[in-house]
Design a protein around this ligand. Structure first.
Ligand code: ADP
Ligand SMILES: O=P(O)(O)O[C@H]1O[C@H](CO)[C@@H](O[C@H]2O[C@H](CO)[C@@H](O)[C@H](O)[C@H]2O)[C@H](O)[C@H]1O
Length: 437
C-alpha cells in the first residue's frame, strides 16, 4: 500500500499545482491517508485529507511510466503517478462500473437499464477543469470529483431528475462510483460532436473584431441565433427541473437572507481585492433594491454555475453540463433552491466575458470596445428573447437580474484574482460600466 504521508514532501507541492486544488492561496501543509483501496495491479484508489479537506487521488505505480512529467514521487524504485493519466488503469474503472463491482468500501454501479461497452480506449479530456474527466472511445465520459461533496451529489441528483422527465438538454447519466455514500465518479454519455459554447461564441467575437466595417448581424459568425436557442434551452431545463423537483415560494425572510449573502460575498471580495472598493456603494445599492421587492420569489433547483463553458452545442441542440453548483458555495448553500434568474445572470455575464476577453490587458481602443459591446448587447438580448419564448422574460425582473449579475461579477473578480489575474479586468470593467449607467 502507498501511504500519502510517505510521499508528503513531494505530494503537497504537486497537489497545490493542480488546477483542481481549491485552496491554492493557502497552500497545503498537512496530509493524511483516509482510505487506500487497491483496485487492480498498479492502481490504488486513495482518499487523502489535506489540511482537513478531503481529496480523491487515484494513484498508479509502475517501474517506469510513459509520461515522466506525470510522476509525483519515486517510492523504493517504483514511480508513483496520477493514475488518471494512465489509459490502461482508467480502462479498469470502466470495467468495474460495468460489472457493478464492490471492492473494500468502494461501489461501482450503472444506472437502471444501462449496459456498458468495455475495452474502449481511455484518454483524459485534457482541458483545464475543476475535476478530472476521462473519455472512453467516443461513448462515455467519467468525471472523478477531486473534492467530493459530503451528502447527496448535486450533479448526479439533478441529472437523474432531468432524465426522469425526459430532458433533451443533458448528457445521459450512466453510472456512479461511490464510497460510503460519497459520490466519487459520475459516468455519462459522451457527446463526440459537441462544441463548447465558449469556443463558438468567442470565434464569433473574433470574426466581428476582425471586420472593422461590418455590424454584428452582418458578419459570417453571427452568434445571435445560437444565443436565442441557448436561452430557450436554459428555460426548458428550468421547466424540467421544476417539473421533477418542484418550485417553492421564498418569503420575505428568505429574500433578506439572499441579499445578506450577496453583501457577505462582497465583504469577502473587498477584503481580498481592494480594486473593487470604488464600486462598493453602487453594488450595495443594487443588492438592497432587491429587499424592497417584497412579496417573495419563486425558487427551485437551478444549474447554479452556468456559463458558456458549461454548454455544449450538439447536432441535436444545446446541452448543459456540470450541475455541481457554484464552486465557492457550501454544499448546503448549493442545495438551497434559488431563483432561475441566477442562471440567466450567469449566462449574461458569460456573454460579456466572451465579448471582452480578447481586449483584457490591451490598451483601451474605443473602436474595438464599441464592437465588443455591440456583440455583448446583441447576444445577451438574443439569449433573453429565447428564454422568453419558453418562460417569462427575465428582463421584466430587472432589479433582481441586475443584483444577481453584479453578485456574479463580484464572484468573478475574486475568482480571477486567485486563478487568472490577467482576466480580472473583465468583470471589474463590467461592474464599472454598470456604475456609470
Ligand atoms: N457529455 C459530454 N460530452 C462531451 N464533452 C463533455 C461532456 N461532459 C463534459 N465534457 C467536456 O469536459 C469538460 C469538463 O466537464 P465538466 O463537467 O464541466 O467538468 P469540471 O467539473 O471538471 O469542470 C467540459 O468543458 C466539456 O468540454
Ligand atoms: O470550473 P467551473 O466551470 O465550475 O467554473 C469556474 O471557472 C470558470 C472559468 O473556466 C469561471 O467562469 C468565468 O470565466 C468564463 C470564461 O473562461 C466565463 O465564460 C464565465 O462567465 C466566467 O464566470 C467560473 O466563474 C468559475 O466558477
Amino acid at each position: 500500500m502507498i501511504r500519502a504521508e510517505d510521499l508528503g514532501e513531494l505530494l503537497l507541492p504537486w497537489l497545490v499545482d493542480q488546477r483542481w486544488y481549491r485552496a491554492k492561496a493557502r497552500g497545503a501543509r498537512t496530509l493524511r491517508t483516509v482510505s487506500a483501496t487497491p483496485l487492480a495491479d498498479g492502481l490504488q484508489h486513495t482518499m487523502v485529507e489535506v489540511d482537513s479537506e478531503l481529496y480523491q487521488l487515484p494513484l498508479g505505480t509502475r517501474d517506469a511510466f510513459a509520461d515522466p512529467g506525470a510522476v509525483i514521487a519515486v517510492d523504493g524504485g517504483t514511480q508513483v503517478y496520477d493514475a488518471t493519466l494512465d489509459p490502461e488503469l482508467m480502462g479498469h474503472l470502466l470495467t468495474l462500473i460495468a460489472r457493478g463491482a464492490v471492492i473494500g468500501g468502494l461501489t461501482f454501479s450503472t444506472e437502471p437499464g444501462v449496459t456498458l461497452r468495455t475495452g474502449l480506449r481511455a484518454r483524459p479530456i485534457g482541458v483545464e477543469q475543476s475535476n478530472t474527466s476521462i473519455v472512453y472511445g467516443t461513448e462515455y465520459i467519467l468525471k472523478l470529483y477531486r473534492q467530493p461533496d459530503p451528502g447527496p451529489n448535486r450533479d448526479v441528483r439533478l441529472h437523474r431528475a432531468l432524465r426522469s422527465v425526459g430532458s433533451r438538454h443533458i448528457a445521459a447519466p450512466l453510472g456512479v462510483i461511490a464510497e460510503e455514500g460519497l459520490v466519487l465518479g459520475f459516468l455519462q454519455r459522451f457527446l463526440p460532436d459537441a462544441v463548447e459554447g465558449w469556443a463558438t461564441a468567442t470565434a464569433s467575437v473574433r470574426d466581428l473584431l476582425a471586420e472593422a466595417d461590418l455590424y454584428a448581424n452582418e458578419v459570417g459568425g453571427d452568434f445571435a441565433g445560437e444565443a436565442r436557442r441557448l436561452g430557450a434551452a436554459v428555460a426548458q431545463v428550468h421547466a424540467s427541473l421544476a417539473d421533477a423537483l418542484g418550485t417553492a415560494r421564498a418569503g420575505a425572510g428568505a429574500v433578506e437572507t439572499e441579499v445578506d449573502a450577496m453583501h457577505a460575498r462582497l465583504d469577502t471580495a473587498l477584503a481580498e481585492v481592494p480594486d473593487l472598493r470604488g464600486e462598493e456603494r453602487t453594488i450595495r445599492e443594487a443588492f438592497d433594491r432587491v429587499r424592497a421587492l417584497g412579496g417573495g420569489l419563486t425558487v427551485q433547483q437551478v444549474h447554479g454555475d452556468l456559463h458558456l463553458g458549461q454548454t455544449l452545442r450538439t447536432t441535436n441542440g444545446w446541452v448543459l453540463i456540470d450541475f455541481e453548483g457554484e464552486p465557492a458555495a457550501t454544499p448546503q448553500q448549493r442545495r438551497t433552491p434559488r431563483s432561475p434568474l441566477v442562471d440567466v445572470a450567469g449566462m449574461l455575464r458569460s456573454f460579456d466575458y466572451a465579448a471582452f476577453h480578447l481586449l483584457a490587458g490591451e490598451e483601451a481602443d474605443r473602436q474595438l470596445t464599441a464592437r465588443a459591446q455591440e456583440w455583448s448587447d446583441r447576444n445577451r438580448g438574443a439569449f433573453c428573447d429565447g428564454y422568453a419564448e419558453v418562460a417569462g422574460d427575465p428582463r421584466d425582473q430587472e432589479v433582481l437580474l441586475r443584483a444577481l449579475e453584479l453578485d456574479k461579477a463580484v464572484y468573478e473578480v475574486r475568482y480571477e484574482h486567485h486563478n487568472r489575474p490577467e482576466w480580472r479586468p473583465i468583470p471589474l470593467a463590467a461592474i464599472r460600466r454598470w456604475s456609470f449607467l
